[in-house]
Design a protein around this ligand. Sequence first.
Ligand code: ACO
Length: 431
Amino acid sequence: MTETQKSATLSLNGETYELPIFSPTAGPDVLDIRKLYAQAGVFTYDPGFTSTASCDSTITYIDGGKGELLHRGYPIDQLASKSHYLEVCYLLLYGELPTAAQLEDFETRVTRHTMVHEQMHNFFRGFRRDAHPMATLVGVVGAMSAFYHDSLDVTDPWQREVAAVRLIAKLPTIAAMAYKYSIGQPFVYPKNDLDYSANFLHMCFSVPSEEYHVNPILSRAMDRIFILHADHEQNASTSTVRLASSSGANPFACIAAGIACLWGPAHGGANQACLEMLKEIGSVDRIPEFIERAKDKNDPFRLMGFGHRVYKNTDPRAKVLKQSADEVLELLGVEDNPLLQVAKELEQTALNDPYFIEKKLFPNVDFYSGIILEAMGFPTSMFTPIFALSRTVGWISQWKEMIADPQNKIGRPRQLYLGETMRDYTDIEKR
Ligand code: ACO
């Protein structure tokens, strides 16, 4: 970030104030208003942070107009086609693509941490069997702070590193355990001769009584889903993690806060909501009815998997996933999957409809991911946990960046107060 010679002038009540302007390496200039309240006695008002940069970061860049997503400068489509998830994790965490030796060391460290503390099995058993796996995930990840006391001190860089590796390594195990618990099957221990994605499929779909062979095409598709969800700059859940950690809270508590935020249908919960919507639509002849509902201001229905705060063009992740959906369904011999037909037709209808064109609403990452996950055998309730486990590396990378930043302060937004001014308490019998 460089402070340019440029500045903006604010005129207020006969006074003028110079606001410095920062030029990022990519993206629009940023007005520095940090001293505004101290100097001019006013706040800025920006609910939803539509015009506010909450931090500086070097991890991920999105150009919403072009539909471009870069991790440490590398385009997401190149990473999805040439890299694999743990290499992308390394890139996000440490800033550069690893050498072969660095990658091997990182993979070994992650792999050695895939088991969870045995006592956590008992912790799982306290949940109702019909709990949503996201509910279980929020609880268990928060509870990691009760199990891993040697990686709670956020002021110690080594403990931060251990917490990061533990979270990346254990999230698939915990997500798979949440799934197994919900269907009444025994927990499956990780198998460390499998790669990260194959191991996750093994923990979800194998049972002790039978041999299970992971199909390499499916584990590659799984890996691609993990890569595409790995980070997305200052979205709601990442900002939640940053805000939670700004108070110095431990990493497991902060990631649990991110998972809670991700669960909502406007964010990570959209993949479940989208598949449920496609099922509700059911056949292509019902598409016009749902398009009309999505456009009706008096109907709360929205086209799930469509629209994005930042992308005003196709979400590049959706492009990769559309292709992946075709490949996976062909492999599984279900190319004529009715949900895929509905999804493709719905996408075309929306993209040609003036309402969606004018509002720049395009398919997002959640539009096709559910179709792939369902074809792989996951129930809809597992879609958001899979998003959460993929995004953990993004949350952790942003968390590490924030803690190491000397400018780090507790996050404390201001407000535009519109309530009552001071008034006297009225005794209950007089109300
Ligand atoms: N269907 C119909 N209309 C929509 C949709 C949609 N999916 N998305 C936005 N719009 C309309 C809004 O009604 C609004 O219209 P208006 O200007 O006439 O009031 C306009 O487009 C702008 O929408 P906002 O909600 O103001 O945009 P915002 O940036 O706040 O919301 C969001 C983005 C939450 C993603 C929204 O597009 C949405 O709800 N989409 C459906 C849920 C979804 O797919 N979420 C996943 C996001 S990606 C992710 O988290 C991984």
